[in-house]
Design a protein around this ligand. Structure first.
Ligand code: COI
Length: 355
């Protein structure tokens, strides 16, 4: 029994953790010992189970594969020098998963099921959590439609799964990004605000083209005019212009990032001026020309704070001030790490200790 929910637990008899240096693994390729799985059938969520991480058999007619009813979340657990473990804002990810579920005509998952499975899983696999400064356990909750049916309709059955993997930095170096003005990621009335699999699938071709030109990521612009910044491939986008923190406001085309919100709240708490609004490409390059663009960076769970050093736009590269000269983003990066690793006061009650 876990809290208020009953989970069947089948613990591995052969942990793989000793075969890994959890502080030094590539992102998203090595998976921890266990997974949490719960099925939705007959109009309700069934009993969840934790079992050794393994492949699952599936029908080739699985509805998620054909019509993309698939959503996910990204969150992290941290371990500090004393061995204390904490999750960072898990309830925000839980809520966002259900926002995605509603938009994708999928069933919402109850909080006690999500949190009960998650906490039990993290406790079981706590040896997998890196304790290096930039290390964490990346947690991937996801839900897929599991009807075996080729007709286009919302599935009647689903699988909700949580898998985890030790992770270091997503981007090991500051990055070069390219402003994308041919393709778009999201339109008003679409699914841009969700974490549905299709949002990522559709981004891969433009990203590949940008990578062939030497950039790591694209920056998406609005679908109608391509003159306003939206977000980057794996993260939300922020600028510091003349000591003001500026970021595109969330909308139905922009993901409401948990890291984004944390950065904005900390910045406001520190007394910094913050603007959440439409951010035009023109104003940012004008600021660059006038020497007022001090910082550009991406923010996300996987990416954490990713420094942007070059922005490519219409065939021209704009070089930004060196990372060593930046004041705000390195400070917020450190402050967030200290909160996540429970080394400092958690004024906003963002961490949830796992004992
Ligand atoms: C995350 O930051 O957790 C994401 O989901 C972005 C990416 C790895 C898909």
């Amino acid at each position: 029994m876990t809290g208020t929910i009953d989970i069947a637990i089948d613990k591995t008899t052969k942990s793989r953790v000793k075969e890994q240096d959890v502080n030094n693994v590539p992102f998203g390729k090595v998976f921890s010992d266990h997974m949490f799985v719960v099925e939705y059938a007959d109009g309700k969520w069934q009993k969840g189970s934790i079992s050794p991480y393994r492949d699952i058999p599936m029908s080739l007619a699985l509805s998620a594969l054909h019509y993309g009813q698939a959503i996910f979340e990204g969150m992290k657990a941290y371990k500090n020098e004393k061995g204390e473990i904490a999750l960072f804002r898990p309830l925000d990810n839980f809520k966002r998963l259900n926002i995605s579920a509603v938009r994708m005509a999928m069933p919402e998952i109850p909080e006690e099921l999500f949190m009960g499975g998650l906490l039990e899983l993290i406790k079981l696999d706590k040896e997998w959590i890196p304790n290096s400064e930039s290390g964490s356990l990346y947690i991937r909750p996801f839900m897929i439609a599991t009807d075996e049916a080729i007709g286009v309709k919302a599935s009647d059955t689903y699988k909700f799964v949580i898998i985890t993997c030790p992770a270091g930095k997503y981007y090991s170096e500051p990055i070069k990004v390219m402003v994308e003005t041919n393709y778009f990621r999201a339109v008003e009335g679409g699914v841009g605000f969700t974490k549905c699999a299709g949002n990522y699938g559709r981004s891969l071709f433009p990203t590949k083209l940008a990578q062939q030109k030497g950039y790591q990521q694209v920056i998406w612009t609005d679908a109608k005019t391509h003159s306003f910044f939206e977000e980057s491939g794996t993260m939300n986008l922020m600028f510091v212009v003349d000591n003001i923190l500026i970021t595109p406001a969330t909308s139905d085309t922009i993901l409401a990032g948990v890291t984004r919100d944390s950065v904005l709240r900390l910045a406001r708490d520190w007394g910094m001026l913050v603007e959440e609004r439409k951010v035009s490409i023109k104003e940012i390059f004008d600021a660059h020309k006038n020497g007022k663009l001090q910082e550009a960076f991406g923010v996300g769970t996987a990416a954490t704070i990713a420094q942007i050093v070059t922005i490519g736009y219409e065939g021209k590269d704009y070089e930004l001030p060196p990372v060593e000269q930046r004041k705000f983003s390195p400070k917020i990066d450190q402050a967030l790490r200290d909160i996540r690793k429970c080394r400092t006061e958690d004024k906003f009650r963002w961490t949830m200790k796992v004992v």
